[in-house]
Every structure is written in structure tokens, then in C-alpha cells.
Write a protein that binds this ligand. Structure first.
Ligand code: ADP
Ligand code: MG
Length: 596
């Protein structure tokens, strides 16, 4: 029988590895910056053109490579960072797999120039699609420069997945900002098509935070400090008024490495439980230091995932570290938090230890003089003070036609959240928030289909500092945003000015609305279009136009709502798919009370 199996040539295995490590320009940049940091660079500059699709150039002043090392660095599994099996248990560098350079070189036109400290000249190696084309001596400053041109030129499938230059630029800048946050001792620059996106000097942590987290969050940060058994946690968290609709503003680092980890994320969300609404995420930057034996980073090629030796301790330490700050923070002083530890995972002794450690290290907010004013409707239901808020009320219905909802006899309001009605033998419970949202959504949809969502110019245009990705999305979808009532003007850098907003969302949190809409829009890729998500966007606006949480309604307002519901094309659910009303038949009650 003929032999069926062959060992693949290296040029193909490199391409396969590239499939895992190199997803887009930003992932190339992450790998190259990791290499520069591992080489002890104190100055790293990133330049891209066309979002990194045409060119990525990274220059560092690290220890550089000799000619031999430079040639070796392009071989698969060639690394200076580990040597033995046991080194794998104690990884203290960002890299160790020896895969990034050969992978990147296999899917681009690649050039590496490096000069070792103490050497008089550098070496330049040119590689094309994984094949070395040229090796020569070159004059250069000590350090390393890497050029990656025409990424994915020889992998058309990957090329198709790349987004617009603006979107890729956004990802690149976010990546650089994220890495800059983890290493305040290193200066970073990021330039896109000649335009400076980011420049941070050594030591300037705050500016990095602004770049990575956004200005609104960074002006209201509180410091986290915690020391436990084999674990040290430091960082910052935002006040609960600053929330996001995705977890993209949760930055977590383990031993300087940016990670996305479920255990950490869960611990953070546990700490914020009851403080922010469901589906909302805080802005958090956490630096977790563990001895290297406590954490395994050899889980995934991108090294974004990790495994902990003692997961519970890590989880509970993070949760407690955050809870201590949240509990002692001024915005909640009038209403203490009721945070209960998960009984199964935290022992009393452990909690006491954490409490005393946190007591000793608890720091004051970064901005001590900050005055904690907040708008009532920005707060989650649990923390909102109970003064009444004018709810979004549908305009009085014009139709005289008597229909189902307006024919109901109103019994009253339950818990300031539900409307109870009667019709014959039926008790009808209406979720007032869901109903308002549905009515608002239908109205927006009508407006959108007619002439675009009705918008209102803001008397005082609002300036918003966005993340790089969000700013790129805002520019890309400027026209579409105005169709849904959001008029934006670029204001240099990542700042935009909101000049008009949907009329229905007036007096609501405009910035939060914009951020949510941009998060939704960022999902629009090459494979789908704006119209695929326009309903999602309209429901977003609807959601922002109505008051959340309990509020009392007057009889008149209830009648108006019921009338508007009759005018609404009700699919018996709110735009999020939750039910709007629920009917309980008399016979069901009789069954409950055993009358039958
Ligand atoms: P890894 O980082 O996992 O070791 P890479 O393929 O990323 O694998 O890099 C291979 C080797 O090339 C590294 O171990 C390092 O010795 C060397 N190297 C890569 N980039 C640089 C750089 N910017 N400065 C100095 N040495 C570098
Ligand atoms: Mg590396």
C-alpha cells in the first residue's frame, strides 16, 4: 500500500501556526511589541499604513540580535526565552513559544533589521511568504526594526476577513494603548499614515489610562490595592456611573500580560453585582501579580488565556479587592452596599484576612477633590434615589378606536413597575418598562422608514472621548448614524462632538447611548450590512429613551400608555424579546386557592 502520510514542510506548518497567532494587523503588533518588551526595550514605536494592511513597522531600542540569532529567530520553535522542560513552569517573559516571527514572516513580505548592543553593524534579513530572499549587513541604531508589508498577501481567505483600514487602525491603537498601560516604564508611539495616534512618555501612567479607558472613566478612577497569599492586586476601577455595554473596558493583566480570563471576569462582575445593571460592564484596569508557578500561560497560542493553580484564591482575592473599594466609595455612602460573598467559595477566616489586608492598604480615590454628582437616571435601579423621574410617556393617541389595551379596566400599579388590569375573567399584568420601550421602538421605526429618526439639536453639544475602535466606527458610519438621529462631528483624535440626538432620547444619557450604538455598529463587518442591525440600533435608542426601574404612574399616564399600546404593532414582546404583558385567568387563581 502506498504511504498516505507525509510530514508537512515547514513553510506550511508556519502558515498553519500563523492561522492561530496572526488574525489581523493588531495581533501582529501585539506579538512584535511583546518581543520588544522581552528584549528590554524602553522605547517602542509602531507605524502603520492603511490600518496595517499595507505596512507595519516596529522599532525598538532593546538588546537586538546578532546575525546568527537573527537568522535563527525566523525558524520555527526557535526561542531565547526557555531552554528546558522546567522553564515552562516558570515563564517570566511574554513570549516563549518561538512561533511569532516565522508565522508572521510566512504570511507577509517581511524584513527584520537588528543590531546587537555592542556590535558595530546590524543585519537585515528579507523574507517573502516564509522564504528568506536576502541577508546583508546594514547600518542602524542598536535595537530591532521589523517591517511587515502586505499582510496575508498569500492567504486570500484571511485577507477577506480584514476590515476597513479605519477599523484595523482602531484595533491597532487599542492594542498599543492596552500594552502601554501594562508598562509605564516604557515609552510608546503609534503613528498611522503619518498621523500620531498615541505618544506616551516613560512614567506617565495616567495618560495611558486616558488613551485606553477613555477620558470619562479616567477622570473618575479609584485605586485598588490588595495583597494576599502569593497574590498582589493593584489597579483602578471606575465609579458605577461610568458603565459600558460590553466588557471591552475591562483590562486585566497577569504579571504584565494582558489576558482575557473567565475567572477574573467573573470575579469582577461578582464584585459589581447589585451595583450596576445587568448587561452593563464597569471600566476596570487590574494588574495581578502571581508567582510564575501559580499560573500557566501555555494554554493558547495567543497567550490571552491562562490557567490558575489555585483558581478560587485568585477569584476571591479579586472580588474582595474590588468590593472593598466599592463598599467604601463616596457615591454609595448614603446607601451601603449589600454584598454577600459566595458562601461556597469564601471562608470566614479568609474574608477577615482580606478585610484587614485591604484596610491596611486601602487608598483614597485618585482624584480626591472629585465631587460626586450624578444624574439620577444614570444609576442602576438599586442605587437610584427614590425621587420621582418624569418617565418617557407616549404622546396621547390620536385614534379614537377602542381596542384591546384601552378597553381594559385598570386596577392599579404594582411595585411601581407593573400595571394591573382586568378584562372579564382575566387579570392582565403589564410590564410598564417593556411596554414603553415597545411603543418607543415602533415609533422610531416608523420615523426611520419615513424620513430618518427625528433628531433634536443639542443646545450644548456634548464632547465625548472614544476608544480608538469606537472612534473609527463613528467615522465609518457617520452617515448611517445621522439616519438614526445621531449627528456627530469629529473633533480631532478620538474626540467627537454630539450635536444632535434622537428627539425621543432627549434628556437622557447621550454619551451612554452613543457608546452602546457604536458597540452594536462595530459588529457590522464585511459579511453583513448596516441594515442588518438597524433594528438592533433602533431598539437601543428605544431602550435609552425610556426610564428604567420603578416609577409611579398617574392614572392619566397609564391610560395614555394603554392607548399607545393599541396603536403599536405588538408582537407581545419588547424589542429585546421579553414579554410585555401576561394574562392570568380566573380559573388559574381558583386552582391556586383550591376553590375548584
Ligand atoms: P518567542 O518570543 O516566543 O521567543 P518569537 O518568534 O516571537 O518567539 O521570537 C523569536 C526570538 O527572536 C526571541 O526568542 C528573541 O530571542 C528574538 N527576538 C524577536 N524579536 C526581538 C526583538 N525585537 N529584539 C531582540 N530579539 C528579538
Ligand atoms: Mg515572541
Amino acid at each position: 500500500m502506498a504511504q498516505r502520510i507525509t510530514i508537512l514542510p515547514e513553510i506550511i506548518t508556519n502558515k498553519i501556526a500563523a492561522g492561530e497567532v496572526v488574525e489581523r494587523p493588531a495581533s501582529v503588533i501585539k506579538e512584535l511589541i511583546e518581543n520588544s518588551l522581552d528584549a528590554g526595550a524602553k522605547d517602542i514605536s509602531v507605524e502603520i499604513s492603511a490600518g496595517g494592511r499595507r505596512l507595519i513597522k516596529i522599532t525598538d531600542n532593546g538588546h537586538g540580535m546578532s546575525r546568527e540569532d537573527a537568522l535563527l529567530s525566523l525558524e520555527r520553535h526557535a526561542t531565547s526565552k526557555i531552554r528546558t522542560d522546567s522553564d515552562l513552569e516558570e515563564i517570566s517573559t511574554l513570549g516563549f513559544r518561538g512561533e511569532a516571527l516565522p508565522s508572521i514572516a510566512s504570511v507577509s513580505r517581511f524584513r527584520l533589521a537588528s543590531r546587537e548592543t555592542g556590535s558595530t553593524e546590524g543585519t537585515e534579513i528579507t523574507v517573502e511568504g516564509g522564504r528568506v530572499r536576502d541577508v546583508k549587513a546594514c547600518g542602524m541604531a542598536p535595537g530591532t526594526v521589523i517591517y511587515v508589508e502586505q499582510l496575508f498577501f498569500n492567504t486570500p481567505a484571511r485577507l477577506k476577513f480584514m476590515r476597513s483600514a479605519e477599523t484595523e487602525t482602531g484595533h491597532v491603537a487599542d492594542t498599543v494603548a492596552r500594552m502601554a498601560v501594562s508598562r509605564p516604564d516604557v515609552a510608546f508611539t503609534c503613528i498611522s499614515d503619518g498621523k500620531e495616534l498615541l505618544r506616551v512618555q516613560r512614567g506617565d501612567l495616567m495618560r495611558r489610562m486616558v488613551q485606553a479607558l477613555g477620558k470619562d472613566a479616567s477622570s473618575n478612577l479609584h485605586q485598588v490595592e490588595f495583597t494576599g497569599d502569593n497574590i498582589k492586586i493593584s489597579g483602578f476601577l471606575s465609579a458605577p456611573m461610568t458603565v459600558r455595554s460590553s466588557s471591552s473596558s475591562i483590562f486585566t493583566y497577569i504579571n504584565g500580560r494582558f489576558v482575557r480570563d473567565k475567572v477574573i471576569q467573573h470575579a469582577i462582575m461578582q464584585a459589581y453585582r447589585g451595583v450596576i445593571d445587568r448587561g452593563r460592564y464597569p471600566v476596570v484596569a487590574l494588574f495581578i501579580e502571581l508567582s510564575s508557578g501559580e499560573v500557566d500561560v501555555n494554554v493558547h497560542p495567543t497567550k490571552h488565556e491562562v490557567r490558575f493553580r489555585r483558581q478560587t484564591i485568585v477569584h476571591d482575592s479579586i472580588q474582595s479587592a474590588l468590593e472593598n473599594v466599592l463598599r467604601n466609595s463616596p457615591w454609595l455612602s448614603h446607601r451601603p452596599l449589600q454584598i454577600k460573598p459566595e458562601p461556597a467559595t469564601v471562608s470566614k477566616a479568609y474574608l477577615e484576612r482580606i478585610a484587614s489586608a485591604a484596610q491596611a492598604s486601602l487608598s483614597l480615590p485618585v482624584n480626591r477633590s472629585e465631587h460626586y454628582s450624578y444624574r439620577n437616571d444614570l444609576l442602576p435601579a438599586q442605587t437610584r434615589v427614590s425621587e420621582p423621574v418624569a418617565p418617557f410617556m407616549p404622546e396621547p393617541a390620536t385614534s379614537k378606536q377602542q381596542a384591546y389595551f384601552s378597553s381594559l379596566a385598570v386596577i392599579g400599579q404594582f411595585h411601581s413597575e407593573y400595571i394591573l388590569c382586568q378584562s372579564g375573567n382575566e387579570l392582565i399584568v403589564i410590564d410598564q418598562h417593556a411596554a414603553c420601550e415597545r411603543v418607543a421602538y415602533q415609533r422610531l421605526k416608523k420615523q426611520f422608514e419615513a424620513d430618518g429618526v427625528e433628531s433634536q439639536r443639542l443646545l450644548f453639544p456634548e464632547t465625548v472621548e472614544l476608544s480608538f475602535t469606537d472612534a473609527a466606527t463613528a467615522i465609518r458610519f457617520n452617515k448611517e448614524l445621522s439616519q438614526i438621529g445621531l449627528e456627530l462631528e469629529p473633533f480631532g483624535g478620538n474626540t467627537v462632538i454630539i450635536s444632535s440626538i434622537p428627539r425621543m432620547a432627549i434628556e437622557k444619557d447621550t454619551t451612554a447611548l452613543l457608546r452602546d450604538v457604536l458597540t452594536d455598529l462595530a459588529q457590522v463587518g464585511a459579511s453583513n450590512a448596516f441594515r442588518d442591525i438597524q433594528d438592533t440600533l433602533l431598539s437601543r435608542i428605544a431602550c435609552h429613551s425610556v426610564v428604567r426601574g420603578p416609577h409611579r404612574l398617574e392614572q392619566r399616564q397609564i391610560s395614555e400608555l394603554l392607548r399607545s399600546m393599541d396603536e403599536t404593532d405588538f408582537a407581545a414582546s419588547c424589542p429585546h424579546g421579553r414579554p410585555v404583558s401576561h394574562t392570568i385567568h380566573l380559573s388559574e387563581l381558583e386552582k391556586i386557592f383550591k376553590r375548584t
